[in-house]
Design a protein. Structure first.
Length: 144
């Protein structure tokens, strides 16, 4: 696991990174949808975000859905990086801070390159425990 302390750029995103801080422009924003996971029903929305080094898919989970606007610049703090279908992906959830900022010096949508972060090798995601669902296990030892 790699925990980011400073703001990173899109090109530097690697699977397993946690607590990622990044500044990005929203290039595309999809409508929210509801999916069924092992943890139950979840709401998510997908976006494509980028900076001067490239672009990456961002998945917004739960309370993070609806916090972005297409074309605007945001700082995202507390995100994590995974791989889905062989591509590096940034994720934001209920503990992620998303703030819109005014930054005229940030590249416009047309100036953001098509490059995506590279991933080579095998990635085994760390299991995420959901409080009240899978995070607690009861001890079923012998009774005396």
């Amino acid at each position: 696991m790699y925990v980011s302390k400073d703001k990173v750029q899109v090109k530097d995103l690697k699977p397993g990174m946690e607590n990622v801080s990044i500044k990005v422009r929203v290039l595309e924003l999809n409508q929210p949808r509801v999916i069924q996971t092992r943890a139950g029903t979840r709401t998510l929305s997908e976006a494509v975000v980028g900076d001067e080094t490239g672009r990456v898919k961002l998945t917004l989970w739960g309370r993070a859905v609806g916090k972005l606007s297409e074309g605007r610049v945001f700082t995202i703090e507390g995100a994590w990086v995974t791989v889905f279908k062989g591509k590096v992906q940034l994720n934001a959830g209920s503990r992620t801070e998303i703030k819109e900022i005014s930054d005229e010096s940030f590249p416009s949508s047309s100036d953001i390159p098509e490059n995506e972060p590279k991933f080579e090798g095998e990635y085994r995601p760390r299991s995420r425990a959901f409080p009240g669902k899978r995070g607690r296990r009861s001890f079923r030892g012998r009774r005396k």
